[in-house]
Design a protein around this ligand. Structure first.
Ligand SMILES: [Zn+2]
Length: 474
């Protein structure tokens, strides 16, 4: 029998807010544990929550970027559970009336354009951070109550590749949109992955297994592949897949049973009495729409249409926001867009790998890279000197023109020097000269090679060709 996997993701994204969701405590990574806390986020009885307007704005803007409908009337609910990381014994979230409804992500999977639909986005608060040591468990409440959105997809993905492409696209949109830094190391983006399998042609979904709290996209891929194979094997052997929560062991690349899944009613959701519903006007939604930044797909289109770049370049450059931002800044200072693109994808990218630092951390700036492109297009330096110059600027910085001067990197455009080399080339390469005169124009390249060698690569190639042709044709 043939099987089809159905995969849905519930992705938690920590928003870029200055303070927490329901109190004025600072939202800060790496602070001394339990210093950014107050009666509200520690769950003291009687402490009242106050809504963070920026979080609501960021959640709605995320929704608008993802094509969701903004719910004009949303409300808050308490999700009750007892666990040390949520000291008031409930989490404030949105059950039946979330901020954003529907939506979709359109992205390429192995060269094919696919649409993945969303069910909803709701706003909630983060739990504290538990650290389990052999001597006991430690809890840091600095994270408790920070703003967290949950982006829920439909079970519309059918392979680990689909899920990987979905996560990458979602991450880029959140970064470009200024919603979240999406730093995976800092836990800014974590997904619960739901996987089920069913015989091809069957409408009803199979029993679903949930793998909780995954932040690494490559582990998500491994976990999904393992889980699909495991569930098919269970069914093929006459068994039944149990609806449960499973963990992922990255050392063994396999999932393991944790607990059978609670149903939603176990959480005894009920309306939050301490917060008013959120009313959002059409005018407010319009205003947010007008403030939305350019998304990667729009930027890619702009690079092709306005800067005349090949689609390949546009795709590579927009794959990471900081690279695209750097490229954009350089292109404001020069018209040599294709040259800048070549350097970003070529020399700069290889230096980033070689030195293990990002272009932003390097000493190269959009200004100096733009100047390099202008020096090349103006004929001051050749392409090998450009690569050498970029390396110097990347590691040590400086003024490109001063470096070119100091290192003697400028091309030779001087007619008398070129004439001398051209005459030598012609005198020493009788065969190439004869071929040229016999009607083979390509043989001028042999002479050109001689001149480039004599000039140690500094002769300006178009000027050399012109000089050789002038001599040969006279
Ligand atoms: Zn607080």
């Amino acid at each position: 029998m043939k099987y089809e996997a159905c995969i849905g993701l519930e992705t938690h994204v920590m928003q870029k807010t200055r303070t927490k969701m329901f109190c004025g405590c600072k939202h800060e990574y790496g602070a001394e544990p339990n210093t950014n806390v107050c009666p509200v986020c520690l769950g003291y009885p009687g402490a009242l929550p106050v809504l963070n307007a920026t979080a609501i704005e960021l959640c709605c803007k995320a929704g608008l970027l993802l094509g969701c409908e903004i719910n004009p009337h949303s409300k808050w609910d308490r999700k009750n559970y007892f666990y040390p990381d949520m000291s008031k014994n409930y989490q404030i979230t949105q059950a039946d009336r979330p901020l954003c409804l529907g939506g979709k992500i359109v992205t390429e999977v192995n060269g094919e354009l696919k649409t993945f639909t969303l069910e909803r986005i709701h706003q909630e608060e983060n739990a504290a951070k538990n650290t389990h040591a052999s001597s006991g468990s430690l809890i840091d409440y600095n994270r408790a109550g920070t703003a967290l959105m949950e982006i829920v997809s439909n079970p519309c993905m059918h392979s680990a590749d689909d899920a990987f492409a979905y996560i990458q696209a979602l991450k880029l949109i959140m970064e470009y949109g200024g919603i979240s830094d999406c730093d995976l190391e800092k836990g800014h983006m974590r997904s619960d992955v739901n996987v089920s399998v069913r015989p091809v042609g069957q409408e009803k979904l199979g029993a679903k297994v949930e793998i909780k709290n995954m932040n690494s996209p490559s582990f998500i891929v491994e976990a999904i592949n393992y889980e699909i194979a495991r569930q098919i094997e269970v069914i093929e052997n006459g068994g039944k897949v149990i609806q449960e929560t499973r963990g992922y062991d990255s050392d063994r690349s396999e999932t393991f049973s944790q607990r059978t899944k609670e149903d939603a009613h176990d959480y005894r959701y009920f309306p939050e009495p301490d917060l008013l519903p959120v009313e959002i006007s059409a005018a407010q939604i319009q205003k947010w729409k007008s403030e939305l930044p350019e998304l990667p797909v729009q930027r890619r289109e702009r690079y092709v249409k306005e800067l005349g770049l090949p689609d390949y370049d546009a795709k590579v450059l927009t794959a990471e926001k900081h690279i695209s931002d750097f490229f954009d800044a350089a292109c404001k200072l020069t018209k040599q867009y294709k040259l800048v693109s070549n350097y970003m994808m070529g020399k700069v990218a290889s230096l980033v790998t070689e030195k293990s630092i990002s272009v932003v951390e390097s000493k190269l700036t959009p200004e100096t890279l733009a100047q390099v492109a202008d020096l090349v297009s103006g004929g001051t330096i050749g392409s090998s000197a450009a690569n050498e110059l970029i390396e110097i600027l990347f590691t040590s910085g400086g003024d490109p023109k001063v470096i070119v001067e100091a290192k003697g990197m400028a091309q030779v455009n001087d007619d008398s020097a070129l004439e001398k080399w051209a005459e030598e080339a012609i005198a020493g390469n009788a065969k190439a000269v004869a071929d040229y005169k016999a009607g083979n124009p390509a043989s001028v390249n042999a002479l050109m090679g001689y001149v480039m060698k004599q000039s140690k690569g500094k002769a300006n190639p178009p000027a050399v060709i012109a000089m050789l042709k002038k001599k040969l044709d006279s």
